[in-house]
Design a protein around this ligand. Structure first.
Ligand code: ZN
Length: 307
């Protein structure tokens, strides 16, 4: 039998195949599809594998909702660097008369956007953001490590399946001295390559940059690349020549430590780093590499996910 699932790289065909195999469920808005039980099982198994590999890391588990304080984004400069990705929560706060007007406009399919006003919340754009304010103060000598599994939002509607508006990231964050966090980041890059190799994924790491907005963003990306602050692990999913970033490994220097007053045990400004594993993208990388029916995946791969 021949299969073409890992030689043909059309993103829209891959999306259609994920739908046809009942792995994802369209909802009529690009990048916001549902996930089936099979898709979720793979995702949870991968997440468990990551937990097993990091069991001795002494990482504290935290969970925050998919909304965070708008002030947190304002304080970290997110709106300067990524205004195009942000999702701000607007709600109705009017009186009875304005409510009738809202109802009328919805009924008559008129624009009702100016009946809404900005609130205190934004959709969380990166799994690690809510953690930094909890680090304020003096860190222990060993620093601190936290792990989370969060839904994040990016305003980038696309019919290309790996470009989602809402997705989950298994994240690890480390705060400590520059040396502590950079060696930890490098350890995770090697560890993640090892996990991907066990799963038979054709993964490669590369230096990377964040999708900073506009012309000023280009300079920030250049500086990020020059200082080797960001690495990604890429796997071909929708393109052989432009593989999909499935995890990122980021050193932030004092980007979060300065605004939130995070200090090392001897009182210096601390450094932070984070590792984010894009769970849906990793599931898609597995489906692309090994086929759309996980019961047919190689035993050498299955034994790590369904031990
Ligand atoms: Zn992060």
């Amino acid at each position: 039998m021949t299969t073409d699932h890992n030689t043909n790289f059309d993103p829209y065909e891959f999306y259609a195949a994920l739908v046809a195999h009942k792995l994802i469920i369209p909802v009529g808005v690009p990048g916001a599809f549902g996930r089936s039980a099979i898709f979720e099982d793979i995702l949870e198994r991968f997440n468990a594998l990551v937990s097993a590999h990091s069991a001795d890391d002494d990482a504290q588990m935290m969970t925050f909702p998919p909304v965070i304080s708008r002030q947190l984004l304002e304080k970290t400069g997110y709106l300067d660097s990524f205004p195009h990705l942000c999702g701000t929560v607007f709600s109705f706060n009017g009186d009875e008369r304005q409510a009738r007007e809202l109802s009328r406009r919805v009924g008559e399919k008129e624009d009702w956007s100016n009946t809404q006003s900005m609130g205190e919340l934004v959709l969380n754009p990166a799994a690690c953001y809510p953690v930094y304010p909890t680090f304020t103060g003096i860190l222990p000598v060993k620093g601190r490590t936290v792990t989370m599994l969060h839904w994040v939002f990016r305003n980038e509607p696309s019919n290309e399946p790996t470009r989602m508006q809402s997705f989950r990231v298994r994240e690890f964050v480390r705060a400590g001295t520059e040396a502590q966090v950079s060696s930890w980041r490098d350890m995770w890059l090697e560890r993640s390559l090892g996990i991907f190799a066990k799963l038979g994924l054709p993964a490669h790491s590369d230096i990377a940059t964040d999708p900073f907005f506009g012309r000023a963003g280009k300079l920030m990306a250049d500086s990020q690349r020059k200082n080797e602050l960001k690495f990604e692990i890429n796997v071909p999913v929708i393109s052989k020549t432009a593989p999909t970033a499935c995890c990122s490994f980021n050193c932030h220097q004092d980007h979060f430590s300065t605004p939130f007053g995070i200090k090392t045990h001897n009182g210096d400004v601390a450094s932070t780093a984070c590792v984010g594993l894009g769970l849906e993208r990793i599931v898609m990388a597995l489906l692309k590499t090994h086929g759309l029916d996980p019961t047919g995946w190689p035993a050498t791969v299955r034994k790590h996910l369904w031990p």
